[in-house]
Design a protein around this ligand. Structure first.
Ligand code: GLY
Length: 340
């Protein structure tokens, strides 16, 4: 058992750029992040597991319709949703799903994959629909909401005009693929440590706008979109999945922690490595180490986060890039309490 005071979680609402359309939602995003952290933290305070806390915090974001996960998932190039999700524990238990459009909370289906099957990863709408039914999940087909449909139209227009830089090869393929002429980064995730010192990482995403059907990003891939290991800690990534997969970003963070870096130093080192090899504006990362330090780093303009640990006085919820100083001064204040 770690010192009783060192449990908590950090939740993110996706790394990316501050789009004009987001400005009107800032207060709402903050409110949802606060709800997410408070539901996860309430479970930890009652002695609940890091897995319960991570799942509960992500379900709030999936249900919000604002973040790119669950009911707020972005669309494929065909205007459909194909969400991915995963959870992973420090004992290396892991469950992941890709194309989970038939349930309201893909993160819970990922947890069921871990707990009720012998597999790590189940992909595809039809197999997942059968699996979800067989274990009593309510089937609820996710449809893109109005905000996502409007954004889809904009993306398609940009693609048609050759202005979408994120997917150059797909843009070239489009005419043939759709029979006509012709990225948004916003995943959600959570990492937690409970009063027993057990760590967990979880993630849920709609993927990236106008992705090809069947495309799977980093999120459900252990080592890329998430990783947890009882000899290092837990990490969760957000951003351009293709780049995150290439560098196994979350395994990198955990390896740095295993080699003695604290969560913040490991996040900084991993993002700096990513920036060197794949450039900036690509991804963000959150992590927790085994003594309850949290870390966060990004090379994107923003990555909304909320944080609550037992050694901090209150929850923090940061949405805008200029607000990050609050987190770093809070970290300074807690530094003494965090040293072993
Ligand atoms: N990071 C989410 C994705 O690329 O699918």
């Amino acid at each position: 058992m770690v010192a009783e005071s060192r449990f908590g979680l950090i939740v993110h609402g996706g790394a990316g750029s501050l789009q004009r359309s987001m400005r009107k939602d800032i207060a709402l995003r903050r409110q949802i992040l606060r709800k997410s952290i408070s539901e996860g933290y309430a479970l930890l305070r009652k002695g609940g597991s890091s897995l319960d806390a991570v799942e509960a915090s992500i379900r709030v974001l999936e249900d919000s319709g604002i973040f790119n996960a669950g009911s707020g998932s972005c669309t494929t190039i065909e205007g459909k949703v194909e969400p991915d999700a995963a959870v992973m524990l420090g004992d290396l238990s892991c469950g992941a799903v890709a194309g989970a459009s038939m349930v309201s909370n893909p993160v819970s289906l990922a947890r069921a994959c871990m707990e009720k099957t012998d597999h790590v990863f189940i992909a595809g709408a039809e197999p997942l629909r059968k699996f979800a039914r067989s274990i009593g999940f309510e089937i609820h087909d996710l449809e893109p909401n109005k905000m996502r449909l409007d954004q889809y139209e904009e993306y398609m227009k940009k693609m048609g005009a050759g202005e979408l830089k994120e997917w150059p090869k797909n843009s070239a393929l489009l005419g043939r693929y759709l029979g006509q002429e012709y990225g948004n980064l916003d995943t959600v995730g959570s990492v937690a440590i409970d009063a027993d010192g057990k760590v967990c990482a979880g993630v849920s995403t709609g993927g990236r706008f106008v992705k090809l059907p069947g495309r799977v990003g980093d999120s459900p891939i252990p080592g890329a979109g998430l990783y947890a290991d009882s000899s290092s800690g837990a990490a969760c990534a957000t951003g351009a999945g293709e780049e995150i997969i290439r560098v196994s970003l979350c395994k990198t963070v955990c390896d740095f922690m295993k080699n003695g870096l604290d969560a913040q130093a490991a996040c900084d080192a991993s993002i700096s490595l990513l920036s060197k090899v794949r450039g900036v504006g690509v991804a963000g990362i959150i992590a927790v180490d085994l003594i309850g330090n949290y870390g966060l780093a990004r090379n994107t303009e923003m990555m909304p986060v909320s944080i609550r640990f037992s050694y901090s006085k209150k929850a923090l919820a940061v949405v805008l890039p200029e607000e990050y100083d609050v987190i770093y001064s809070e970290k300074e204040r807690n530094l003494g309490k965090l040293k072993m």
